[in-house]
Design a protein around this ligand. Structure first.
Ligand code: GUN
Length: 284
């Protein structure tokens, strides 16, 4: 039976270190601040942002929520971000996605000052990531890597399969695994014979948003499985993208949903905020 990777406990350990770093900054008179921007009412986003705000408060990051109406124009949102860019109390800006379709998401991300881009989604940060230059890395990919590392698996030379190619999770995670010397297969909706790819993976990461899509017998015996999916089912229960009950009989380690990737992503967001704060305060 697989080891269950306790993302909640691992994140808690990580947060203790972050809190110590923040306490040290505070003795120098520096107070990290993170602004959340939400446009319209998207119930899952409201829960995610509330969880992120709670985590900020617990480690001592000042956090601000700007909940803008659904009919906010693109120009208004860009102007709002510009104001946050110039606010010295704000070291991180997180525009919770998705935003309403009348606003161009790429334009919004490009408007965020790259130094305050705690999601690591600005082209400058993604370019630096690609080139191995210092910059902000997307929190979910960092969190996933941390979970994999804690299992003790030596990533170097292993076959890794990333299912899902989103800009927030799939593509950055595939790149991070490749940087750590795994041989990476990046799968998506047009992949032919997906089980053939997943069955040979020593490390399997799934981020597609289809509850229980990955079957137990699609998993290599002894694989490390990271489930990024989180879907609320009609019966109000929460499910990941992997059939957890079947998968845990084959994997050597598996992350649960909830309590796996989610808490680790938030911990990495806090770390990115503290790093951004230190960088901005150093140069101001
Ligand atoms: N929506 C779902 N996940 C995320 C995330 O990590 N960052 C942002 N900005 N929006 C999201």
């Amino acid at each position: 039976m697989a080891q269950i990777i306790d993302g909640k406990a691992l994140a808690e350990k990580f947060r203790a270190q972050i809190k110590a770093d923040i306490d040290r900054l505070k003795t120098k008179g520096i107070q990290p601040g993170l602004a959340f921007v939400m446009v319209g009412k998207h119930p899952p986003s409201q829960i995610y942002v509330a969880n992120k705000q709670k985590a900020c408060a617990a480690v001592g990051i000042d956090n601000f929520l700007d909940a803008l109406p659904a009919d906010t124009s693109e120009q208004e949102l860009l102007a709002h971000i510009d104001k946050l860019n110039r606010n010295p109390k704000i070291h991180g800006i997180l525009v919770q996605l998705p935003i309403p379709p009348h606003i161009n998401t790429k334009k919004v991300i490009c408007q965020i000052d790259p130094k305050k881009d705690v999601d690591g989604l600005h082209p400058e940060n993604l370019g630096k990531f690609f080139l191995n230059l210092p910059g902000t890395r997307p929190p979910t990919a960092q969190g996933i890597l941390h979970l994999i590392e804690t299992t003790g698996i030596n990533i170097k030379g292993k076959d890794a399969c990333m299912v899902g190619r989103s800009a927030i999770v799939g593509r950055p995670t595939a790149m991070l695994l490749a940087k750590n010397h795994a041989t990476v297969t990046l799968c998506h909706r047009f992949t032919e014979n997906l089980p053939e790819k997943t069955k040979v993976a020593d490390i399997l990461v799934v981020a597609i948003g289809h509850p229980r899509y990955i079957q137990g017998d699609w998993i290599k015996k002894g694989a490390v499985v990271i489930d990024v999916g989180i879907t609320r089912l009609p019966d109000a229960s929460i499910s990941g993208d992997v059939d957890f009950a079947a998968a845990k009989k084959r994997a050597s380690a598996i992350s649960p949903v909830p309590g796996g990737v989610g808490p680790m992503t938030i911990a990495m967001l806090l770390k990115n905020t503290v790093d951004a704060c230190e960088t901005i305060e150093r140069i101001s």
